[in-house]
Ligand binder design. Sequence first.
Ligand code: M6R
Length: 420
Amino acid sequence: MASDASAILAHTRSVVYLDDGEMVVLTRKGYHVRDLAATRINKPVNQIEWDLATIERGGYDHFMLKEIFEQCDTVRNTMRGHLLEEEGTARVSGLNLTDDDIKKIQRIVITACGTSWHSGLIGEYMLEELARIPVEVEYASEFRYRNPVVDQNTLVIGISQSGETADTLAAIREAKRRGARTIGLVNVVGSTIAREVDGGIYLHAGPEVGVASTKAFTSQVAALALITLRFARLRNLSILQGRQIIQAMKALPDQIQDILDRADDVKDLAERYWRSNNALYLGRGVNFPVALEGALKLKEISYIHAEGYPAAEMKHGPIALIDENMPVIFIAPKDAVHGKIVSNVEEVRARGGQVIAIKNNDDDQIKRLAAATFTIPETLDLLTPILAIIPLQLFSYYVAVRRGCNVDQPRNLAKSVTVE
Ligand code: M6R
């Protein structure tokens, strides 16, 4: 008996999941499940698809590094079978939503915690930009104790790698009580959230063991892109635009591999900056949540104080922190707001800050201004987070290793936060 299927994978791949109000009686001869009135219940036996190799380190020093390097495959797995190129849309039948249901959605609330909340923010940019549906992203811990405005025309999307986060689960239950339809973006098959929502998408990223979430994040963003494509095609998006997005999505796995092939360049960067005590991450638009996620990755595994901000907010406070000891990491691809971010880079430089920039190939302007750069391939603006986060994950990893930190099990943190 275990709280997580991966703990018993060495012995069996057949598992029975208990629901609330159920108990199991285990004896030498077998087991049976009863409810609290002691009535026997027949529970289905589920087969886990993962094998032991997927939860071993496979030659990597840490699970986190292995999981970062798996992202070429995991993002591909998330998209597999969903993209309908000819029609320029996505098939997401697991949502259990008809075309009519989707057209009736008036509002979307995304609720999650930590890294999953960051991917939710990216989903907000995607869904509002392409599907033109108003979206709010709420910390699950806040949502559950507010008096949220949700009704039967609101779609509530819960995002969770583990599918067991107590706050996210409680937020989804609250949304259901208020009549909202709920869907889940979950990685762990058979987890509580996956079982309680009305529909959803499994991420198929495979088990994530490192406490710092990496491959789940990129898969969550890919899944949100699938949902966006489906919703947007039923509203404003043309077939040609849909096809263009699919082409860009299909290119992502190879582009991720291209970044991973240059991991040593990020290691060199970490070698230059691992002694820093603070770091500021700045991005604009859809890359603002990437700044938040980059900062979270650094602080949780290396214990360096790091903050993520929308780049333009810097002048409303954080700019006071900038001096020659402050690395400022800009996510600065050549997107619609590139000119604005160049001005922000100049503002930091003028105050002696050390600019590290994530940029696109032909961007000589940023190259001239930054103390260090890392190049990512070009993609559609809204898909950039899937590429931009990877060097930031690697940077946190190499910095933490250099500082002698326990990368896979950072202090005070648990992989699944199943308590309040
Ligand atoms: O399993 P979940 O996605 O629901 O977990 C949510 C957060 O606890 C999780 O993302 C946490 O912030 C990670 N340590 C981030 O790396």
